[in-house]
Structures are given as structure tokens and as C-alpha cells.
Design a protein around this ligand. Structure first.
Ligand code: IPE
Ligand code: IPE
Ligand code: MG
Length: 258
């Protein structure tokens, strides 16, 4: 039976962090967790810092949550790092965001390799600066034999474009005789998406109090459990992550059944 939802903070006898993790692992752990990491700019503004300071702080949270997810036994962690709409931001901010993967991987790649994490990316690579792509490709290559958590960065990702591109490829394959129109199913269509090698997310977390998807994994989230929190991404802690998984464990997924 699934455990009743008990916010971790209000448990009468707060167990140690280790015990909490053991407790989590004794129940179903979401295999794929996707996170819309939002609120970096507001975090910085609250401290009278430039927005980019929030992005920098958020990077450290990525590191922490990756380790914990791996430890708990999550198979895939997809992180929305930059959307196809984020190019609308001031050039200075976009430039900073495009340097973050290098900084993140430059600092943490050796640790990720040691922790058996496999780095992947989902998004349109055409518009990414060469230096950004180079850092990601190196990380993907250095971790390609790793069998632990898949750390999947959604970078220059937009779900509508992803779906449109998939439709175009499907039409091409039908025209070329590679695909029989009548054999197109949900499963075969999924193979045309950027997430083709991944299962659909079990749990979606969005920080910062915004209750929307912002063009993120529209197809894949059809039956995902959602967890929204007001916490800004740079403040998102291991405890918050555990809380989200506990809430997930208290949910009943019915997929349209009874
Ligand atoms: C999320 O934080 C990071 C990215 C979208 C790159 P924001 O930069 O959107 O922070 P807010 O929403 O302005 O606070
Ligand atoms: C979504 O956040 C994109 C990422 C977290 C990378 P935004 O901050 O761009 O979303 P909106 O503009 O509030 O919908
Ligand atoms: Mg935002």
C-alpha cells in the first residue's frame, strides 16, 4: 500500500536524513523526474543582485539534486535549462546562460563521472554557440559508458517545435515508404521525439510558484504527476526534493482506470 502523504517537516519524530532516504527507497521511486527550474531571476532580485547571480546559484542546486536523485535510484532526471523562448532575454543574460553548461561541467564533470552519471541533452543544437555544444558533447562522450542516473539537460528545448519536427519526419518517412501510415501509433510517434530513448516522466516539479508548463514536454507529460512549489530554484534543497517524492508516493495513478 502507498504511504499516506505526510509532509516530511511535520513528522512527529524527525528521522535523520539517511533514514528519510531509506524510507523513500522502500517505496516506489519515480523512475523519471523532470524539473522546470524556475525563479533564479527573482531569487537574485530579492537580494538586489543581477539576475545572472541567480542562475549561478541555481547551478549549485543542480549538482546537489543530481547526486541525491542518483542515490535514491531515480533513473532519469530531465532539467529544463533553456527554452526555445528564452532567446527573447537580454543578450547579456543569454550569453551567461550559454556559458553555464561549460562552467557546470568544467567544475563537476569529474565528480559526475565518478558517480556513474550519464549526461545527455535534449533540444535543438543548431542555434547553440559552439563552445556550449562542445562542453556538452565532451560530457556526453566522457559519460557514455556510465550506467547510473541519466542527467538529461533540456537546452534550447521547446515542445511545440519538437512535435512539429516529429510530424515532418513522420510525413517524410511515409512519403519515402519507410513508414506505413496505418502503423503510426503513440509508441511509434514517441520514437520521433527528442525523448525517444526515455520513458515519460513520472513526476514533474516546477519551482517558483508558476503553475504552467512553458512549452515543456507537452506530449510526454500526458500522465505525469505534477508537483508545484513556491520555492525559488536556488533555494530548492534536498529536503524539498524529498518532499516532492513523498508527495508522489502518496498519489494514486489511475491512467483513466478505476
Ligand atoms: C529559470 O529562472 C532559469 C531559466 C529560465 C533559464 P528564471 O530566469 O526564469 O527566473 P525568474 O522566473 O525570472 O525568476
Ligand atoms: C521555463 O521558465 C524555462 C526554463 C525553466 C528553462 P521561464 O521562466 O522561461 O517560463 P515563463 O516565461 O515564466 O513561462
Ligand atoms: Mg522564469
Amino acid at each position: 500500500m502507498l504511504k499516506k502523504l505526510i509532509p516530511w517537516k511535520s513528522q512527529n519524530q524527525p528521522s535523520s536524513f539517511r533514514d528519510q532516504i531509506m524510507q523513500l527507497k522502500s517505496q516506489e521511486v519515480p523512475s523519471h523526474i523532470a524539473i522546470i527550474m524556475d525563479g533564479n531571476g527573482r531569487w537574485a532580485k530579492k537580494r538586489s543582485l543581477p539576475r545572472v547571480a541567480g542562475h549561478h546559484e541555481g547551478m549549485k542546486v543542480v549538482r546537489k539534486i543530481t547526486s541525491l536523485a542518483n542515490e535514491i535510484g531515480v533513473k532519469t532526471l530531465t532539467l529544463y535549462a533553456f527554452s526555445t523562448e528564452n532567446w527573447k532575454r537580454p543578450k547579456m543574460e543569454v550569453d551567461f546562460l550559454m556559458k553555464l553548461p561549460e562552467e557546470f561541467l568544467g567544475t563537476f564533470l569529474p565528480e559526475l563521472v565518478k558517480e556513474n552519471v550519464r549526461v545527455k541533452m535534449m533540444g535543438n543544437t543548431d542555434k547553440l554557440p559552439a563552445h556550449t555544444l562542445k562542453a556538452i558533447e565532451k560530457a556526453m562522450n566522457d559519460t557514455k559508458e556510465n550506467t547510473g542516473l541519466v542527467l538529461n539537460f533540456a537546452l534550447n528545448y521547446g515542445s511545440r517545435v519538437e512535435i512539429l519536427d516529429a510530424v515532418k519526419q513522420v510525413l517524410n518517412d511515409v512519403e519515402n515508404g519507410k513508414l506505413d501510415k496505418d502503423s503510426l501509433s503513440e509508441e511509434t510517434f514517441s520514437e520521433y521525439l527528442m525523448s525517444s530513448e526515455l520513458q515519460d516522466p513520472d513526476l514533474l516539479i516546477r519551482t517558483s510558484g508558476e503553475i504552467r508548463l512553458s512549452n515543456f514536454m507537452l506530449w510526454q507529460l500526458a500522465y505525469t504527476e505534477f508537483f508545484f512549489t513556491d520555492v525559488l530554484w536556488p533555494d530548492f534543497s534536498e529536503e524539498h526534493f524529498i518532499e516532492a517524492i513523498e508527495v508522489f508516493q502518496g498519489r494514486q495513478r489511475r491512467y483513466g482506470g478505476v
